[in-house]
Design a protein around this ligand. Structure first.
Ligand code: SF4
Length: 354
């Protein structure tokens, strides 16, 4: 198995969430929990689940109930088509839950994700779940910027999820990656500092945690917080080329830490992605050059700070960046925002820049 898969299982052994639909292999119970959770947060869904299965403990009881009664047990959860589909499916299965993936997938209201969850949790079948948590964890860990809401993206992530699946323990593995995404690698401010995958996480190494996964059909305006670092390593500095399917693809920029919410200077200095840029034990005294520079792009508001740091010319830090002569920085195509920040850097007569 891969490091990724091994780590998921190890992490799950000590971080598993205690949920009332866990530790059962009853496909009916798992089905009800998955349908409730389709549009509902776990905390809100828990009580509804307990009430629902308390009154309708099996498919036969549910099939025999009236539409009105089922709807009253669903009241408050919203998306009532889910309850109607449950009832129609319970009546169609005539007391016997389907025992094949195709049979489960054919139930009204059941898509590929739900079928994979039911079949792996209930029957131990080797089907990998791919939900929002899984997209996020895989996109970040493997550094994939293919948009998850496109056909190529869906295919790519489905294949990768299948490749990572522990075929001997599909239920454990699926629950592990879902819990990992729900509690560790969360959408905003994931806890990378304590993450067991931090050493091998591509997004963390490249400062792209906040920008992955990528969605093509993003419409609302988002704020992005960019923290750039200008390195004076003797006559050299460091840059890198943006290659992700994101703003400024193909342009160069200074080393960057990006966040979805503002970072205080202390938070920035302690940021794991920043720490990862420096060689162990290297002295790093950062100085704030400018702060809160606002830059507008379509659908995005960028807020940028610039720090500078002085290191020895032969520094071992920033080893994954392009090392260039500082006076040559102007020869590289950089975004307008980076150009404005560079213009704010105090002149350094010793290398003749600016
Ligand atoms: S290091 Fe951070 S981004 Fe990478 S997998 Fe762990 S929590 Fe997610």
């Amino acid at each position: 198995m891969s490091i990724f898969t091994d780590t998921m299982l190890e992490w799950y052994a000590s971080h598993k969430r205690e949920l009332p639909w866990r530790d059962t292999s009853d496909p009916y119970i798992i089905w009800i929990s998955e349908i409730i959770l389709q549009q509902t947060r776990v905390e809100q869904g828990r009580d509804y689940f307990l009430r629902f299965v308390g009154r309708f403990p099996d498919a036969r009881t549910l099939a025999d109930a009236s539409d009105d009664e089922v709807m009253t047990y669903w009241q408050g959860l919203g998306y009532y088509s889910r309850a109607r589909n449950l009832l129609a499916a319970a009546r169609a299965m005539n007391g016997t839950f389907p025992s094949t993936y195709q049979g489960v997938l054919a139930l009204p209201g059941v898509g590929e994700y739900t079928a994979a969850a039911i079949c792996s949790f209930a029957y131990g079948m080797p089907y990998a779940v791919v939900d929002g948590n899984v997209y996020r964890v895989l996109a970040r860990y493997f550094g994939i910027d293919t948009p998850i809401d496109t056909i190529p993206g869906k295919r790519l992530f489905a294949a990768l999820a299948d490749e990572m699946l522990d075929r001997l323990h599909p239920a454990l593995y699926n629950q592990a990656i879902m819990d990992f995404g729900a509690t560790q690698c969360v959408p905003r401010s994931p806890t990378c500092a304590t993450c067991p995958l931090a050493d091998s996480c591509a997004a963390l190494a490249s400062g792209r945690v906040a920008s992955l996964p990528v969605k093509r059909h993003r419409t609302k305006t988002t704020d992005r917080y960019l923290y750039y670092l200008y390195v004076r390593a003797g006559t050299y500095t460091f840059i890198h080329k943006r290659t992700a399917d994101d703003i400024w693809k193909g342009l160069f920029e200074l080393p960057l830490i990006e966040a979805t919410s503002p970072l205080s200077p202390d938070e920035f200095l302690a940021h794991p992605s920043l720490q990862a840029m420096f060689a162990p034990g290297e002295r790093r005294e950062l100085r704030l050059v400018c702060q809160g520079v606002k830059h507008l792009l379509s659908h995005r508001v960028l807020h940028a700070d610039l720090y500078e740091v002085t290191l020895p010319e032969d520094t071992a830090s920033f080893s994954s960046f392009l090392k260039i002569r500082r006076e040559a920085l102007g020869e590289y195509a950089v975004p307008r925002l980076v150009q404005l920040l560079v213009e704010a850097i105090p002149p350094d007569k010793s290398v003749g820049d600016r």
